[in-house]
Design a protein around this ligand. Structure first.
Ligand code: 5AD
Ligand code: SF4
Length: 430
């Protein structure tokens, strides 16, 4: 039996896709291994969203070839880099490539690639892998991709090119999968989509889907990522606010604070509209946890533009933010229209400064929870610092460290006693 090792880079959708790939290969008689050493086939599920993701993967391919020179392991590249760079990757010492919609062709590709280098990267308008039940790792959370692709074409983003057009799975199908997951012991699902607000099952929207999934008995928590601020209906806010199982955590990518930059990014909202949405969300969910994505150094971004991003960060007070330097992606609108003209040192200056500001805000937000009683689901026994502690998450998705013996999946009422910018510390509440 041939053994396959798979390494995953990038977002949660890629983690999910690797689980799909594992099932497809197992059904074709392959065995999945945990390390590359004893595998016959090495797969890398790749990300193309920023240049350093690409660089990491190219280096890893060479590392693999170097480490396993004497034997004839096959190396395959999967995912977004394949659709994004395609034949340009053929100079690498690899055997085959398969894009995000090509995984059902993998067994055939692996077989045929013994002779020639093969590429399958055609994107599909319909593939959702609804008929493949992913091979998930044990734990409390299971990912479910409820939709794939993106139709937004934000000017910086390679995703619409790498992953193709939007398509959704049906509500009955997702509910059935959730029921099966609960039977297997998962108590949380995270619904994934590039833009979940574009979810569409014959007129039924994302709020309808959340409501349907929340009715699955035994399920404790529902998370989702990510919505786009351009179309966040009040109905959806109300469904999240009114339904105890749906976590009050919203990841709401801002990208930039300046209206001029938002326009060049084709985000289709203004700073004012974004702030109004935050206010609307907070009026219905005063305790909501808000996180965001931000890009600094988009082409032509001046210091004044950047300060607008800072202003939004200060005013909103996000619980956390993922901040990135703009990275030009081949084929995107921004790459075609605008020179990547903010110098690297300037991007660094902005990202360091903004990360610093955010860290202080995160710390303040976390300290404000001291003395709260919160519901924590234990995810891991032992932490980096102590084998006697446990790690879990509150419903806002914040990491919480607790002393003492618990089991994975246990629901603990805990009192927050201290906090850093990244974690809350707690003791079981009496
Ligand atoms: N450069 C930098 N960051 C990017 N992102 C997407 N494309 C780029 C790019 N070209 C960021 C966005 C997005 C997150 C997943 O990655 O902030 O929300
Ligand atoms: Fe990229 Fe914009 Fe689609 Fe998000 S919404 S995946 S940033 S194009």
């Amino acid at each position: 039996m041939k053994r396959v090792y798979i390494e995953t880079y990038g977002c949660q959708m890629n983690e999910y896709d690797s689980e799909i790939v594992k099932t497809i290969l197992r059904q074709s008689g392959y065995h999945i291994t945990e390390t590359p050493d004893n595998a016959d086939i090495l797969l890398m599920n790749t990300c193309s969203v920023r240049e350093n993701a690409n660089r990491k993967i190219v280096a890893r391919v060479h590392e693999f070839r170097h480490a396993f020179q004497e034997n004839d392991k096959q190396i395959g590249i999967l995912g977004c880099m394949v659709t994004n760079l395609g034949e340009d990757l053929l100079d690498l010492p690899i055997n085959f490539m398969a894009g995000p919609d090509s995984y059902k062709f993998l067994p055939g590709l692996i077989e045929k690639a013994k002779k020639d280098k093969l590429v399958h990267k055609k994107l599909s308008r319909t593939e959702t892998y609804a008929d493949i039940y992913p091979t998930r790792v044990d734990g409390i959370n299971a990912w479910i991709a409820v939709m794939r692709g993106c139709n937004n074409f934000c000017s910086f983003c390679v995703v619409p090119y790498a992953r193709g057009r939007e398509r959704s799975r049906t509500i009955p199908d997702i509910v059935a999968e959730t029921e099966q997951l609960v039977q297997e012991g998962f108590i949380q699902v995270t619904l994934l989509g590039q833009n979940v607000n574009s979810y569409d099952d014959q007129g039924k929207n994302f709020a309808d889907l959340l409501q349907a999934v929340s009715q699955v008995r035994g399920l404790q928590r529902i998370r989702f990522t990510s919505p786009h601020p351009k179309d966040f209906p009040l109905e959806l806010i109300e469904v999240i606010a009114d339904n105890a199982k749906i976590c009050n955590h919203i990841h709401l990518p801002l990208q930039a604070g300046s209206d001029r930059i938002l326009r060049l990014m084709r985000r289709t909202y203004t700073q004012k509209q974004y702030m109004a949405l935050v206010d609307k969300i907070r009026s219905k969910m005063p305790n909501v946890t808000l996180s965001t994505d931000i890009i600094v150094g988009f082409p032509t971004e001046t210091w004044q533009d950047y300060l607008q991003t800072e202003a939004v960060v200060n005013t909103v007070g996000f619980d956390s933010a993922f901040i990135f330097k703009y990275s030009e992606r081949k084929g995107t609108l921004a790459a075609k229209k605008y020179a990547d003209d903010v110098p690297e040192e300037e991007k660094t200056r902005r990202i360091v400064r903004l990360n610093d500001i955010q860290k202080n805000i995160s710390l303040k937000k976390n300290l404000a929870h001291v003395n709260d009683i919160q519901t924590i689901i234990i995810e891991q026994l032992g932490t980096k610092k102590s084998p006697d502690d446990c790690q879990g998450r509150n419903q806002g998705n914040k990491l919480v460290i607790l002393p003492g013996k618990h089991h994975v999946g246990e629901i603990v009422q805990a009192k927050i006693t201290d906090a850093t910018a990244h974690v809350l510390k707690a003791i079981p509440a009496q």
